[in-house]
Design a protein around this ligand. Structure first.
Ligand code: GRF
Length: 201
């Protein structure tokens, strides 16, 4: 089986990255992780990628302007023959340059049931709003932050006494299952985008 060559872009601990790498090791998984790119040399995910024997490339975003960083990242993606990009806690806003280059070939995970709670601090905001449910979404990336055709979502209950940390941990467990599932759907061609609509099968 020919696996789709996939890169993961991170800025932090990389637990979603690790879940994707682990899933992709299965012989029948439709994607292989060929590259991890970090926006920061301090990202904890770099060591995890190296431990999993995936090449990791760390940029220091402070040394670039936005498009300069993206051009450098894009050059690494091209060099590695990457076909699909997963954002997994990539904390730099993306410019039209990279988003245009990878349109419908770049997906992201966000810790909310989109379109609710775009942006940061989703868990705190969901608790403060008295939500009964929270969760996570994997979607194709568009220019507007946390927008784009939705591939898959998972839900968890918000329980009495939840703090943002407790709720985030409950959501993260689901993220680690949802992201590998969603990447498999895209890499296998079971889910694709036509116009702005998701097409299945
Ligand atoms: C996750 O909550 C993800 O949904 C968000 O950033 C966090 C990244 O965590 N986009 P990790 O680096 O994968 O552990």
């Amino acid at each position: 089986m020919k696996k789709v060559r996939t890169a993961i872009l991170i800025s932090g601990g990389g637990s979603n990255m690790a879940a994707l790498i682990a899933a992709a090791k299965a012989p029948d998984y439709p994607a292989e992780v060929v590259l991890v790119v970090s926006s920061s040399p301090e990202a904890g995910g770099i060591a995890k990628a190296e431990a999993a024997e995936v090449p990791a490339f760390a940029f220091d975003h402070r040394q670039y302007d936005r498009e300069g960083l993206e051009r450098a990242v894009d050059a690494e993606l091209e060099k590695a023959g990457v076909e699909l990009v997963c954002l997994a806690g990539w904390m730099r806003l993306l410019s039209p340059y990279l988003i245009g280059r990878w349109r419908n070939r770049m997906i992201n995970i966000h810790p909310s049931i989109l379109p609710a709670y775009k942006g940061l601090h989703t868990h705190r905001r969901a608790i403060e709003a008295g939500e009964q449910e929270h969760g996570c979404t994997v979607h194709f990336v568009r220019q507007e932050m946390d927008e784009g055709p939705i591939i898959a979502q998972a839900r968890v209950p918000v329980l009495p006494g939840d703090t943002p940390e407790i709720l985030a941990a409950r959501v993260l467990v689901e993220e680690h299952k949802l992201y590998p599932h969603a990447l498999a759907l895209v890499a296998s061609g079971q889910v694709r985008v036509e116009g702005e609509k998701i097409v299945k099968g």
